[in-house]
Design a protein. Structure first.
Length: 198
C-alpha cells in the first residue's frame, strides 16, 4: 500500500476543514469529486476550484466561475461557465488543450481530466478502420494547425467526428481557433454539469 499525502483545504486553524488525499506521485489539481450545488456554493475556495478546474484548466475561467458563487440554481452556474469561456484567448486554448488526448486515443495519465476524457470517448465506435481514420485525420490536423484536434465527443458518433475533422481541415487558422474555443466551452459546460449536481 502506498502512502498518500493529506491535503487540508481552507484555513488549517478553523473547524470544518475539508480533507482530501492524493496518492504519492500524483500531481495536479486535487479532485474533490462531484457535489451538490449547495455544497459547491458553500465550499472553501480551494475545494470549489478543484471541482471546476478539471472541466477547463484555464485560470481566468476557474476564478470567474468560482467567484460567481453562490448560484441560485445549476442553470445559473452553467450559464456563467459558458459566458466566462467566451471567448478564450489563444494562450488559454493552448493551455486547455494540454489536458486533452487525441480523439480516438485513451489518456495515459491518472488525473480527473483523463478520467473525464475516457468517459467522453467511451461511446465512440472504434470498429473497422475508424481508429486508423482518426489517426490519419489527427496527423493531418496537427500538421495543418500545430495542435491536437479537439471536438466534444460526448453525444457524437464516430462518423460525425470524422466528418467534422475533415471539414475543419479546410478552415483558416483564425477560424479554427474560434471553433476549438467553442468546443472547449461545450466540453467544460458538459463536464461541470456532471460535477455539480442540482
Amino acid at each position: 500500500m502506498r502512502l498518500a499525502e493529506v491535503l487540508v483545504l481552507g484555513d488549517p486553524t478553523s473547524q470544518g476543514n475539508q480533507f482530501m488525499t492524493r496518492p504519492q506521485g500524483v500531481t495536479g489539481a486535487v479532485d474533490s469529486g462531484p457535489m451538490g450545488l449547495q455544497a459547491f456554493n458553500s465550499a472553501k475556495e480551494a475545494v470549489a476550484d478543484a471541482v471546476v478546474r478539471p472541466c477547463l484548466d484555464v485560470d481566468r475561467w476557474v476564478v470567474e466561475v468560482v467567484a460567481g458563487r453562490p448560484y441560485h440554481d445549476r442553470d445559473g452556474l452553467l450559464a456563467r461557465a459558458s459566458d466566462a469561456a467566451e471567448p478564450l484567448t489563444p494562450d488559454e486554448v493552448e493551455a486547455a488543450l494540454a489536458h486533452h488526448p487525441r480523439i480516438g486515443e485513451q489518456p495515459h495519465t491518472t488525473s480527473t481530466e483523463a478520467d473525464l476524457s475516457r468517459s467522453e470517448q467511451a461511446g465512440l465506435d472504434t470498429g473497422g478502420d475508424v481508429l486508423a481514420q482518426l489517426a490519419a485525420g489527427n496527423r493531418a490536423y496537427e500538421e495543418r494547425f500545430g495542435r491536437v484536434f479537439l471536438i466534444r465527443a460526448a453525444g457524437r458518433s464516430s462518423e460525425e467526428i470524422l466528418a467534422s475533422l475533415h471539414e475543419r481541415l479546410d478552415n483558416e487558422p483564425e477560424t479554427e481557433l474560434r471553433v476549438v474555443g467553442r468546443q472547449l466551452r461545450e466540453i467544460a459546460v458538459l463536464r461541470l454539469e456532471g460535477r455539480v449536481q442540482p
